[in-house]
Design a protein around this ligand. Structure first.
Ligand SMILES: *Cc1c(COP(=O)(O)O)cnc(C)c1O
Length: 426
């Protein structure tokens, strides 16, 4: 008789997942303020207030709110003077926006691999990819680990490169007491609806350089000077609305408490899950003094699970928790991602040499590929705000599946033997 829920056995039970996003009266009041003020955009008071408070939260002197976390990266590169003929090093394991921003300034994204124990950009791979044309690195603080900022800043120093931190996943993380977004030349954030602080859409740039901050303000506002005066350069419109800023002011008040709770729960969940031989947490550097999470990533060791693929384990886990578990794979590496096809777009046909240089398939990313195909499992940040009983239930479900893993193995074998004669017919 089957024990696993995925084969018709009794499930461990549903999780009580908190509704997301979490909001209250304050969000409603601040949005109502905006509506009744009639001042709905263009450097309104809410946007200016949020720029000041989010910059303070990130420990930077300046902050620039923008439309989303893709254009924020593009504007950071433009402000740093990066353009045609330049190369920018980005990790191969990230959301496509990190590399797309490089294409958007007509530079070449150079994809490099990630570290096997943190899944963040590998400093040795960065160094191996540096050429005379390299101008910048975009480390991504991916899921629930900060990239190794000591090693990255050392390389930036040695090769005179700019560093743009992509912090879309990690509002509030700190490396040796320094908030992410305050370590490189510029930090870039996203407030898109899946992120841990969101206004549906939105983006942000942090910097300690007044010159860069002024330039970013101009780039965001059709080339007007930083005080919204006369045009001083050519640019387009990348502004945020007052509605977004209002929501973000209220959401920012909730962020630190939520971050602390997510980290406590992540540590507990890592401990509980890693009692199983086949689930390992990522390495956590002692330089991480605060860790915030877009996802909690664990490493699945297929061998310890008798060869059962991670997808089968994930499906069984979802079934034990009656469909309430929010878990997923990591990003498909950019050298073969269906979301990253720079040669599908005519505006990228700048020259034959450029066309060849932006071909993603020329980059080898074995660690990213293994993470995607075999190893990595992401638990959404909403799973890090579960109560104690639900956290226990999640770990119990994983334990139960491990105990009855022979069922998954046998099911996989049956599927294989049923397929074989079919393939002979075809
Ligand atoms: C979400 C995200 C972005 C882009 O942000 P949007 O606001 O969605 O444009 C950039 N980088 C990473 C790593 C992201 O996850």
């Amino acid at each position: 008789m089957s024990k696993l829920a995925i084969h018709g056995g009794a499930a461990v039970g549903a999780l009580n997942v908190p509704a997301w996003p979490i909001f209250g009266k304050r969000e409603l009041e601040l949005v109502a303020d905006v509506v009744s003020s009639g001042n709905w955009g263009f450097l309104g008071p809410k946007e200016q207030e949020f720029e000041a408070s989010f910059a303070r939260f990130c420990g930077t002197g300046y902050g620039v709110a923008v439309a989303n976390g893709t254009v924020s990266l593009k504007l950071a590169l433009e402000a740093l003077g990066i353009g045609p003929g330049d190369e920018v090093i980005v990790p191969g394991l990230t959301w496509q926006a990190t590399a797309t921003a490089v294409l958007d300034v007509n530079a070449v994204p150079v994809l490099v691999d990630v570290e096997p124990d943190t899944y963040t950009i590998d400093p040795r791979a960065i160094e191996a990819a540096v050429t005379t044309r390299t101008r910048a690195i975009i480390p991504v603080h991916l899921y629930g680990r900060i990239a190794d900022m000591d090693a990255i800043m050392r390389l930036a120093d040695r090769y005179r490169l700019h560093v743009v931190e992509d912090c879309a996943h990690q509002h509030g993380s700190e490396w040796k007491g320094r908030p992410v977004g305050s370590i490189g030349s510029v930090g870039s954030f996203s407030f898109q609806s899946s992120k841990i602080i969101n206004a549906g859409e939105g983006g942000f740039l942090t910097t300690n350089s007044q010159g860069l901050a002024d330039l970013l303000q101009s780039l965001k506002m059709c080339g007007r000077d930083a005080r919204a005066g006369a045009p001083v350069m050519h640019s387009g419109n990348y502004r945020m609305t007052e509605f977004q800023a209002a929501i973000l002011i209220a959401q920012l008040d909730r962020l630190e408490t939520q971050n602390a709770e997510r980290d406590r729960n992540a540590l507990e969940l890592e401990r509980a899950l890693s009692e199983l031989p086949g689930l390992r947490p990522l390495y956590r550097s002692p330089n991480i003094t605060k860790q915030s999470y877009y996802c909690l990533t664990v490493r699945y060791d297929r061998e310890a699970w008798d060869g059962i693929p991670k997808e089968a384990f994930m499906a069984a886990l979802v079934a034990e928790l009656e469909g309430t578990l929010n878990c997923s794979n990591v990003y498909e590496p950019l050298n073969a991602s269906p979301f990253y096809n720079p040669r599908n777009k005519n505006t990228h046909k700048l020259s034959d040499a450029y066309w060849r240089a932006i071909d993603p398939s020329r980059f080898e990313l074995p660690v990213s590929e293994r993470a995607f195909a075999e190893e990595a499992i992401n638990f959404s940040h909403t799973m890090l705000l579960l109560g104690a009983a639900d956290r226990r239930r999640l770990a119990d479900a994983a334990n139960k599946i491990f105990e009855h893993r022979h069922e998954l193995r046998e099911a996989a074998q049956t599927r294989r033997s049923q397929r074989e004669p079919l393939s002979e017919v075809v």
